[in-house]
Ligand binder design. Structure first.
Ligand code: SAH
Length: 372
């Protein structure tokens, strides 16, 4: 028995042992430092121990409490009997020829989500999900076809990062390159606002994952009121807007959320978004053959973004059998880009990554093809 446990705890442990109570160990993954300190206070342990635990979980990606060597045997046993660090189970992993890895995670309720590891020579990007499925019915996106199943918890959001990093680097080792996080996986992050923001604060926290806030990007299809909320956050990620359509008519069809928050309102929210010096808003624009890729579309896009500190990422459409669109030709994408650049807009063509394993933009739909 532990020397300083409360009588309540004794009772709890006893009941647990007797299986009289469906004992729910405290889930640690997703807790911030303050909550962890509070928990340690409840179990009559010193607050600095909570900081050690916090570091072990978020910085060292430790999931086994018994293996936290900074703690005495007694404390390890005590913690393991009262709490748990959720391990995000990798159900399957898919390796692309280009080094990209797609992870299929099985959640505690059996639902599935995906994350993508995208290595580059000097950095790596982890694309993570914010919801199971997505409620926005964007016509060109495979995730939309799943519809919304549920929001992810804070632990399930950050757990994608700790698990992917553990898979690549193991436990404890610090990544050998800059890590970028993009909330561009399954789901609409601004419709799971509180959990997403709590997860971002955890990613950014110096004591924990210590990912620079400049390297965290949140992408939204345009939930206007939440863009205003985001602008007021003390710790806020970079903003990316999925635009794909420079007129309301087109956007209403491709992205029905536009009927609720039309372009004028969306662009106004972007205008008013408080950017830091040199910061820009990224606009993602999917190139759909004969739908969004004409010269006129490019000119409209230029006009729409006039006066904004903006950068455009042209995303070649990643086709799928279930989607009624084709990709624009390379020549068309280049001609489109030229119009933007000639008008003074920064415009980049995003090279599709992991297309062969359904890891590219808009392809995340828990597909189990080409698994390894
Ligand atoms: N719901 C958020 C987060 C998802 S980001 C948002 O919409 O921003 C996913 C990105 O992939 C979006 O920019 C979307 O426009 C893009 N995308 C969706 N389907 C695609 C497809 N089939 N090919 C290429 N990009 C796609």
């Amino acid at each position: 028995m532990f020397p300083n446990e409360t009588s309540e705890m004794k009772q709890l442990i006893k009941l647990k042992a007797e299986k009289e109570l469906p004992f729910q160990p405290k889930e640690l993954l997703g807790m911030d430092l303050a909550a962890m300190r509070e928990f340690f206070k409840e179990i009559k342990e010193q607050p600095f121990r909570a900081t050690q635990l916090y570091r072990s979980i978020y910085r060292h990606r430790q999931t086994k409490l018994e293996e936290i060597t900074e703690f005495s045997k007694d404390l390890r046993t005590k913690l393991s009997s009262l709490s748990v660090v959720m391990k995000q189970e990798i159900d399957r992993k898919f390796n692309s020829q280009d080094g990209t890895r797609r992870y299929l995670f099985k959640l505690v309720d059996g639902r599935e989500i995906e994350s993508v590891w995208i290595p580059e020579p000097d950095r790596a990007t982890i694309c993570i999900s914010s919801q199971v499925g997505c409620p926005l019915a964007c016509e060109f996106c495979l995730t939309a076809q799943l519809k919304l199943k549920r929001n992810l918890s804070v632990g399930e959001i950050v757990g994608q990062i700790t698990t992917v990093l553990s898979d690549v680097y193991g436990v404890k080792q610090t990544p050998d390159r800059q890590i970028n996080i993009v909330m561009m996986g399954m789901g609409e992050p601004l419709l799971n606002y509180d959990n997403v923001l709590a997860a971002i604060r955890l990613m950014n926290d110096e004591e924990g994952m210590a990912i620079s806030i400049r390297h965290i990007t949140l992408s939204t299809a345009g939930i206007v009121p939440k863009i205003y909320d985001l602008g007021k956050e003390e710790i806020r990620p970079r903003l990316a807007i999925s635009l794909t359509g420079a007129t309301d008519e087109l956007r209403n069809r491709l992205m029905p959320i536009n009927k609720r928050y039309p372009l004028k309102e969306l662009l106004k929210a972007c205008q008013e978004f408080p950017l830091k010096p040199r910061e820009r808003i990224t606009f993602e624009y999917v190139m759909l053959k004969d739908v969004t890729d004409s010269d006129l579309d490019a000119k409209r896009l230029v006009k729409l973004l006039q006066g904004l500190k903006a950068k455009v990422n042209l995303i070649p459409h990643n086709p799928a059998e279930e989607l009624p669109f084709e990709s624009s030709s390379t020549d068309r994408v280049l001609a489109f880009q030229k119009i933007l650049i000639d008008s003074g807009l920064s415009a980049f063509i995003r090279r599709p990554r992991g297309q062969d394993i359904f890891a590219a933009c808009g392809q995340l739909a828990a597909k189990s093809s080409t698994g390894m």
